[in-house]
Write a protein that binds this ligand. Sequence first.
Ligand code: SAH
Length: 285
Amino acid sequence: MNEILDGLPNMIAGQVWLAGAGPGDPGLLSLLTLKGLRQADVVVYDALVTPEILNMAGEGARLDFAGKRGGLPSHRQQDISEHLVRLAREGKKILRLKGGDPLVFGRGGEEARHLVENEIPFRIIPGITAGVGGLAYAGIPLTDRHTNSAVTFLTGHGADGGLAKDIDWEALAKSSPVVVIYMALSRIELIAEKFLSSGRPADEPVAIISKATTPEQKVVVTTLAKCAEDVKREHIQAPAMIVVGEVVRLREGLDWLGALAGRKLSADVSGIRPQGSRLLKRRDA
Ligand code: SAH
């Protein structure tokens, strides 16, 4: 293992590695991120990075928290970006560690642009985003030949704090068979209403995956009509992903974590409807 890490690039003084930590399970870290954890002088991390992953930092590394945490005033984006520049100018080796992938709903691009403006060298290391890794741990494929040939990643949290304004819900509901939604738990009622009023069926399956890939992972399978109520009833906690679409039904056969705990899986996909044709029929109707 060490030989493999030795063969990868080294951190350089005054350089920032902007890296993804994946959704939670330390086993999903990339080797480059692991190397960054071992070599960094300072790890500047977000709230979604789990303690198990931070524990992998080298002994001498300083851990700087730079995220948002339950109701506490958040670090301003500008402050975080400036902190990275300051550390780089001090000649530190800096690992900027974000949950999931740094460039997926993670402001990694903004931070990188600030580094560019200040002529700080950097490297970007992708991570497994929650919308991919979280679904895999719930046994829900993002795409399947039986159901969908497209998928949309959506945020429930626009730049001004409300639902993103640049989403044409009618068009989305008609054209995207599977929609995977980040940061949506507190707005699930509104989001479900948008889908329903745009013509998606009330019984369309929805999965909510909370704390995906961690030992506290919880998956609730529900429908567009019932999802808001079920989030409350089941006391679903953030962070959570919401998946809307027929692929959710495939979990019956693919819940591998459940199977490891003794659940019997079914390989029968006969009840699964090809969603594209349903959407097209709806549009033609
Ligand atoms: N850059 C991250 C996303 C940051 S936005 C990524 O690529 O995954 C924060 C949102 O990500 C949360 O509100 C939640 O919707 C989702 N998320 C991140 N980690 C998660 C996890 N372990 N389980 C479920 N959702 C998660």
